[in-house]
Write a protein that binds this ligand. Structure first.
Ligand SMILES: [Zn+2]
Length: 410
């Protein structure tokens, strides 16, 4: 394969942000019968572009090929549904989205969000690449087209009279392989006075909170306000407001409009956050290059803890089987030599094994029956919830361990 180039500005990429070695796809959970099969591993190497400072993964295979049957049903999470419903209320109140507006959502999944607009009699259209997920939305009566979004899809929809007053994409920008084609498509589909909202995990929080385990193959790009603003500007879009959200360890919701649309002034929040990023050094290459050492130190600290625990004859189990856990365990080379098993509430994961490390996944009851000395919490973002749910481990002197931002025992 030729040397990698920036997916935004096409400059050659050579500066490492974080090299997590070779890793399997984070959602490739294995059935017991697959444990002796050959398992594909791909480089998990994030680089930063010296020209535009976009943090991104090196490309290694066509996304359609690897994510073809990837199906995640958004409606399965109550917290996420509440987030979607609140968003709809805000759009109606702040921007007057009503029955005369056209709402278009990119990567609309099973209609988890558009259903709330539809309930208010607002015309909606979803664009969703996974046919099985789109079918669920259609069954709910949500108009959905099965397509990857880009300039071609946008042209076709615009010709069909589907230009958007509100065009939104939640947690899709990071997954887009051809960033420029995607944003050019948004520009094309937006009505002259329309607005765009995009949500994505915030690179500043990833770096400050050491959330390197949120780097996985499905996430091609990692955005700061500075980089997303550049990307939008190149395609004739102005970022006019920004909000910080607690989702995924710290996300941004950015608001954009056509450069030509002077009706929406740029809010002060944009300048404030831009200043915060500049103060943190996100406009210089050095701070990105330093991140790699922080990641290596986390690996050493976690291994040090586990080696000490095992030498002392302690037993360790894990809680959760999230994608981020797979990045962490594969990077650190932690298998059943350190962790006996993990547990997860999802029945789809129980009975399977984690990709790469082959750690078995059981139902949470297993913890009460084996009474481990330590429970390593892999979804650290749900730490408070898990510690209260599993409080009974205290009865046998069990303790919780959280690996991120630094290894800590509770
Ligand atoms: Zn670049």
């Amino acid at each position: 394969m030729s040397a990698p180039h920036c997916r935004f500005c096409a400059a050659p990429l050579s500066v490492t942000f974080c090299d997590l070695g070779m890793s399997p796809l984070s959602n490739a959970y294995l059935q017991p019968g697959q444990l002796r099969d050959r398992e594909p591993f791909y480089p998990l190497h994030a680089l930063v572009c010296e020209q535009c400072l976009l943090v991104q993964l090196e490309e290694f295979e066509s996304p359609e090929q690897i994510f073809g049957d990837y199906a995640y049903f958004s409606s399965y999470s109550d917290t996420w549904l509440a987030h979607a419903s609140d968003y709809v209320e805000q759009m109606v109140t702040r921007f007057g989205i009503d029955g005369s507006s056209q709402v278009v959502e990119i990567a609309s999944n099973d209609g988890y969000l558009l259903q709330y607009f539809k309930a208010k009699g607002i015309p909606v259209l979803g664009v969703e690449p996974a046919a099985n997920v789109a079918a669920v939305a259609k069954a709910k009566g949500i108009d959905t087209q099965v397509a990857f979004f880009g300039i071609d899809t946008a042209r076709r929809l615009a010709t069909d009279g589907k230009q958007a007053d509100l065009l939104l994409g939640n947690n899709v920008l990071a997954h887009v392989p051809d960033l420029n084609d995607f944003v050019a498509g948004m520009k094309r589909l937006l009505k002259p006075t329309g607005l765009i909202t995009l949500e994505f995990p915030h690179l500043l929080r990833l770096m400050q909170q050491n959330q390197f385990d949120t780097i996985y193959h499905e996430h091609f790009s990692y955005f700061s306000l500075l980089t997303v603003e550049q990307v939008l500007a190149r395609h004739g879009l102005t970022l006019f407001d920004v909000e910080q959200l607690p989702t995924h360890g710290g996300s941004l919701r950015v608001y954009a409009r056509h450069v030509e649309d002077a009706g929406r002034p740029v809010a002060e929040a944009v300048a404030l956050l831009r200043m915060e990023e500049i103060k943190a050094g996100l406009n210089t290459l050095a701070v990105y290059a330093d991140f790699a050492e922080q990641v290596r130190e986390t690996k050493r600290a976690l291994l040090e803890f586990l080696i000490k625990a095992k030498r002392a004859g302690k037993s360790v189990a894990a809680y959760g089987a999230p994608a981020k856990g797979n990045t962490l365990l594969n990077y650190c080379g932690i298998r059943t030599d350190f962790i006996d098993y993990t547990v997860d509430r999802s029945p789809h994961k129980q009975g399977r094994h984690l990709p790469g490390t082959h750690i078995p996944i059981f139902s949470p009851d297993r913890i009460a029956s084996t009474k481990p000395d330590y429970v390593l919490i892999l979804p650290w973002n749900l730490r408070a919830e898990i510690i209260s749910q599993m409080a009974s481990i205290r009865t046998w002197g069990g303790q919780f361990v959280v690996p991120i931002p630094t290894v800590a025992v509770f």
